[in-house]
Design a binder for this molecule. Sequence first.
Ligand code: PEP
Ligand code: MG
Length: 862
Amino acid sequence: MQKKAPFTIVTKTAALSGAAHGQRAKCIQRLIRLDMPVPHTVALGFDVVHKIANGTAFDLTELLAGFGADPLVSVRPSPEYQEWGGPSTVLDVGMNDALLVSLSEAIGSEAARSIYLRFIVSFAVDVARLDPELFDDVDNSREGLLSALDIYQEEMDEPFPQDPAEQLATVLRSMARAWEGPSARLLRQSRGAPVDAGLGLVVQRMALGLGAPESGSGVIQFVSSETGHPQITGRYLSQSQGREALAKPAQALYLERDTRGLSLEEVCPEGFAELQALSDILRTGLREEMQIEFALDAGKLSVLDAVKVPRAPRAAVRIAVSLAESGVITKEDALLRIEPRALPELLHRQVDMAAPRDVIARGMAASPGAATGVLVFSAAAAQAAAAQDTPCILVRPETAPEDIRGMHAAAAVMTQKGGMTSHAAVIARGLGKPCIVGTSGAAIDVKAKQMTLPGGRVFAAGDTVTLDGTAGECLAGEVPLIEPSLDGSFRTLMAWADQARDIGIRVNADTPADAEVARRFDADGIGLCRTEHMFFDEDRLTVMHEMIFAETAEARAAALERLLPMQRADFGSLFEIMRGKPVCIRLFDPPLHEFLPTSREGVFGLAEALDLSVSTVSQRIEALSEYNPMLGMRGVRLGIAMPEIYDMQARAIFEATLDASLRGAIITPEIMLPLVSARREVELIKSNIDAVAAAVRTERGVRFNYRLGVMVETPRAALKAGEIAEITDFLSFGTNDLTQMTYGLSRDDAGRFMGSYVQQGVFSEDPFHTLDADGVGELLNIAADRGRATRSDLTLSICGEHGGDPDSIDFCRKARFTYVSCSPFRVPVARMAAAHLALTDVPMEKKPRRFNILGRVLRSGS
Ligand code: PEP
Ligand code: MG
């Protein structure tokens, strides 16, 4: 026995909710509340649709009665969030032989036939799941219509259903079941929907869009989906454009103007003006830019539906800022409508979404953006290409410090090995260059200067490719790119983010160029300057080599004496660019052998430059090599074994500070020691640096202070943070090394199996990308507690790559760190993420529901 269908007529006061009937039903109610001319609409809730999917049959007589004697309705999906998708809309339900006759009298037989034909094809394909090709040869003639009915009967073994209630029941069941099918479920889960997400359905009287003086149907929006600027966009299909087009609406889309070259404004100025006025009402009433679906029936306008204007990230920013500036929403709302992770798309070139993609290699998306160039397989080749203004993509098995100049020269970088904090990934992010690491599939042969794909396809040096660092894919050939945009709206929004956030965002900047980017992105200071990157320029590398090859402390000091003015100039320009904002300089960190050549030609060149025998150079290189350099003589260990290096750096910092103060900048430099594991290390270096400071004070006759800090990047330093904090002003967590050492997992090799580890749930995320709050985070909390216990004003921060990751920033904010420090191009993302965290960090009971630009819930609550 059939039950009576429980349904809700959508009126201003009907009890409807997005959580029970879906976003579309709720939105239509809002349109009605705003007095929009919406045709009669009925909503079916999630529970009813679920029962229909499970085979419950409902009596639809009463529901259909509301649509008159000859009901003609559309059925649309209404999931809780538009982005979760849903089955296709079915139009013209109720159309049958009898209605064909009466409609033919009202609007002409051709128009009536096209409606019937459209319904038969849609019912056959979307509901009965017949192949669309079956209807390819069917036209809008009388014979064509009869043949469509015959095809249906032949395929289905029954005549096309004539009873509107039966048609509607079949359509509802088909849509309900489609929603519960595995592929639809997987798709919506990938878009953030829960496993048990429900579907509502909306049944609405069809506005036919037929009859003189002007009839038709379409969608319209008054802002651009690409830029967010005012622009009329949409499609309108006038009845006068012919029935053929009406039967296949998708083929008749056009922007602004119809196929006669007429715009809606020209064919129906009143209808257009009315739509413009309605759009203004929607903008303020729904606090959104809406795309309106409408129909004109003999000049009379109906609003069928409205959805948020689909938008690219740059348009989302412009729309949010414009709504806030016109007082429609608050600044806070504007901020919360922009997903921080969407911002990189604004800062870098991107591959055009519509472009064809011939993917030749896949890897980890280590640094976003896209670039096209010719393949090169060595840093030297990258520099040679740059010298000829030829953009190139540097491909290496992995990169080392000696590749840095090649990376500067390349448009993008790809490495076969490595993870999210490998050398290539960290440097590329700092440079703002697209980068993919840990590529699988393509076998790179540096000697032969080529890479071979699994199918045997070969790409050689000089071949053009496009590297998409956002997607983690390398594409064959030149692919259209979209330029970045940092317009006024972006700056306005970022300024609002700064007002909202309550944690500092500094930048990891090693060079004046990095610092310039940092200032452009309004970082609060430099949180990490990796000084070793300053030594890779040609002129400095030679002096570095002299220093490394020095036999005695005096000879070493002489080489360092030559490096001193260079370092002083480096720090001076950082201070100048940052204009009084704090600058934290980390003393030399890597093992010395990283500065030495690995190739035979390199060794010969070095012997020549230093006027030494090849065997002496080789022996020295051999002597410096270590079994495990990452755990060997690097960081503070080098500073203790060869104190002249840190002495020179400290002097350069202090002298640059005093020079800057002569130019009016008041600076208290911050000096940070890498790879500390014991308090005694800090004591030794501190007394050396204090001595340098005293000497500079005496020489210059000027007083100054400095702050000393320790990078907590060994587990022992975290455990001993209490005693280390007694003699330091700040602790900065180097979470790249700390993650590496806590897991016992090489940051340069993790890429090889990280994918399968995450896939199999061993790690929920790549811990080099998102801070492992459970394990590494526990060490951070222990260190923070112990450090604060001895020194309540201790400054705490992180400067590993995690500093730019929103989830990791959440952790640092909760742990009450003073700031996070991240790569220059991640600064805007970090500023926005910090603002979101501050704005959404209110007691649960006070939290309203918030949605991001994709409509996903940012926070839930009552
Ligand atoms: C770290 O280890 O987290 C860090 C910032 O230092 P680096 O990446 O230079 O080793
Ligand atoms: Mg480190």
